[in-house]
Design a protein. Structure first.
Length: 291
């Protein structure tokens, strides 16, 4: 093998690793947890919380759990991804299944070891979290609507780890988490609409596959209306400083989302809607500094 071929193979494996662990999502999660700790949960000298060793370990455990979850998802999704996202599938395929499983078990063991440096409660919390991530990947994600629900719950769970660490219940966090939960739920259902071809081919019983496009659009519209009421609740009942600007943006995006949904039919149009919700999530993370 020539030097250029070796370099090309190495680059492919690196890109494959980034794809498998969704590196951009990992950075966003870490950023969101620290911003929540600094601007919402920390009572005094908020910036000093960055240097809190135990908070770092809690966020590290959450991050490693999510990474291992992406790996096991990729392991189970090989056939479906080859149809829905062939280019990304080629990148993920550069890392063989044996390596993925080794990394998955190694990272889960690492989570248990790191959480033992925090407390027994942390070991219990993250062990349960690891189990449900695996159970979701192996079984729950194949169940109609249940898979979408658990995806959303498991995605916001790291923020409850932060709440437990601070031993502090902030109703603004609960309200914001509920809003985020519905955004994630919408994003996952729209993703199923985008990926209907691959899901159908592997008999993955998603809402669009089982009930059809028309029913799914109606469901997504109803969930969008619920989320609009949640945004209004945040706007009217919580004094959130300059976060009002984000609530206005979120309201406008959700109304535009519903309008575009009505006319969407193709994979490209559903991809646009999916990315629109991703933008709303990303903007929400950065808007925490406005709190």
């Amino acid at each position: 093998m020539s030097s250029s071929d070796k370099n090309s193979l190495t680059l492919t494996k690196i890109l494959g690793a980034f794809y498998v662990v969704r590196i951009h999502n990992i950075f966003l999660l870490v950023f969101a947890q620290y911003l929540t700790s600094i601007f919402i949960l920390s009572s005094s000298e908020s910036w000093k919380i960055i240097f809190d060793k135990n908070l770092f370990l809690v966020i590290l455990c959450s991050t490693i759990c999510i990474v291992s979850g992406f790996i096991i998802n990729d392991y189970y999704d090989t056939k479906k991804d080859s149809i829905n996202t062939p280019i990304k599938f080629k990148l993920g395929e550069s890392i063989n299944d044996k390596t993925k499983l080794f990394l998955y078990f190694f990272l889960n063991l690492l989570v248990v070891l790191v959480s033992s440096l925090i407390s027994m409660r942390a070991i219990l919390f993250f062990s349960i979290y690891i189990f449900f991530i695996w159970f979701y990947s192996h079984k729950l994600r194949k169940l109609v609507f249940i898979g979408n629900l658990f995806y959303s719950i498991l995605t916001i769970t790291p923020f409850f780890a932060i709440l437990l660490y601070f031993k502090k219940i902030e109703f603004i966090i609960i309200a914001y988490a509920l809003f985020l939960f519905f955004i994630l739920l919408l994003k996952d259902i729209v993703k199923d609409m985008k990926n209907i071809k691959g899901d159908f081919s592997v008999n993955h019983k998603t809402i669009p596959v089982v009930f059809g496009e028309s029913f799914t659009k109606t469901l997504v519209s109803l969930l969008s209306i619920i989320n609009i009421f949640l945004i209004l609740n945040l706007f009217l009942n919580f004094n959130s400083g300059l976060m009002y600007f984000y609530y206005f943006l979120a309201l406008a995006v959700m109304i535009y989302f519903m309008f575009k949904l009505y006319f969407s039919k193709s994979t490209a149009q559903y991809l646009f809607l999916h990315n629109l919700l991703r933008f709303l999530i990303t903007a929400g993370v950065f808007s925490i500094v406005l709190h």
